[in-house]
Design a protein around this ligand. Structure first.
Ligand code: COI
Length: 356
């Protein structure tokens, strides 16, 4: 049955259906698209800034067959989450970081980007318009997916003449079917996610297309995801298709340094901060496969995956297990610290929470 939570009064008038919670199975959310009521769209020409957009009914969009994004992959996305807290607030976690990351990615991909303020305002507006889709406290979150794309027509290689910024949302639960139970990763030897000088360090759509082959093959073999190695030495960890990776040894936590081929994850950055605050030594540096396989614990971080403990890594057909199938002590501690903050259960001393 639909929990009887009253939604906040949102934008008056047009969003009348926002007054009660959507009638879906809130106890069984996974990470699949559940279409909601509204999306936000804003367009601008090359060389100009975004100025005015609007909320629209969620639905298909019309786009030129010659659009830059369709032909040359000129596109970026972001991912962030809105939570309903126990005391009835709706909060976002560090949305300004997503705005800044989109701006950095846009510079790399020759696109104009919304300002930080435009990004924050339009995300808030979209979340509030879809308020009835925000899961009850503790049952998941509303995943917010901002897109930036070259929507104008091009035939030869060139930045598109027009750009579209679009935000859609979907209620989500756990990314991995395992939930907080440990996931099983396989190290990929033949395919790489990114190369020096490429676009691995920005959230461009092509980075995710590039991992589909290895990811699909790994899933077919029963693995949760793929861990990629650097393409030069084939020896140092980069990241997983959907998230960053951390290796724990004693009181030290290591994660691959950001050097252009690794996505600067906002959860990654938050966990580094939280872990240091809890007294761990955190090193951002090269992390070899050997160090990984000798670790006490391994875990992944990302907006979608939150903190996901790793139960095993398979490398060259050999499986190394961690923690007896149980969630590691450090992973659990960091998961609890992060999610308590995100869900409004612990005090936000860092100013990471934005209340709507
Ligand atoms: C996120 O964590 O928000 C991402 O963008 C990863 C994606 C594979 C779901």
């Amino acid at each position: 049955a639909t929990p009887s939570i009253k939604c906040h009064a949102t934008l008056p008038g047009i969003y009348s259906e926002a007054s009660t919670l959507a009638d879906i199975d809130w106890d069984n959310l996974g990470f699949g698209l559940i279409p909601t009521d509204y999306m936000y769209m804003m367009k601008c020409a090359r060389g100009e800034g975004f100025s005015k957009g609007e909320l629209k009914r969620y639905g298909n969009i019309e786009i030129s067959p010659a659009a830059g994004v369709l032909n040359y992959g000129q596109g970026l996305f972001e991912g962030l989450k809105a939570y309903r807290t126990r005391d009835g607030n709706i909060v976002l976690f560090r949305p300004n970081e997503n705005a800044l990351r989109m701006r950095a990615g846009a510079e790399r991909m020759c696109m104009p980007a919304p300002t930080v303020d435009q990004f924050l305002e339009t995300v808030k507006e979209t979340v509030l318009a879809n308020e009835r889709w925000i899961p009850p406290a503790g049952k998941g979150s509303l995943y917010v997916r901002p897109l930036l794309m070259g929507s104008g027509s091009v035939l030869g290689i060139a930045p598109a003449p027009e750009y579209t910024f679009l935000i859609y949302v979907s209620p989500v639960g756990n990314y991995f079917k395992e939930g907080l139970s440990p996931i099983n990763l396989v190290i990929e030897n033949d395919f790489h996610r990114a190369s020096p000088g490429g676009t691995g360090g920005v959230k461009t759509i092509g980075n995710y297309a590039a991992v589909l082959k290895a990811h699909t093959a790994a899933k077919a073999k029963g693995y949760s995801d793929v861990l990629y190695l650097d393409c030069v030495h084939k020896k140092y960890l980069e990241e997983v298709s959907s998230c960053n990776v951390f290796v724990v040894k004693g009181n030290t936590i290591c994660t691959p340094a950001i050097k252009g081929t690794i996505l600067p994850g906002i959860t990654r950055k938050s966990i580094i901060d939280i872990a240091r605050g809890l007294g761990f030594e955190v090193l951002e540096q090269l992390v070899s496969v050997d160090e990984l396989l000798n670790a006490d614990e391994v875990f992944c971080t990302g907006t979608a995956v939150v903190v996901s403990p790793v139960g095993s890594i398979t490398y060259m057909d050999e499986r190394t297990a961690f923690g007896d199938g149980k969630v590691g002590r450090v992973s659990q501690q960091l998961y609890t610290a992060l999610t308590s903050l995100q869900m409004g259960l612990s005090e936000d001393q860092k100013g990471w929470i934005v209340k709507l």
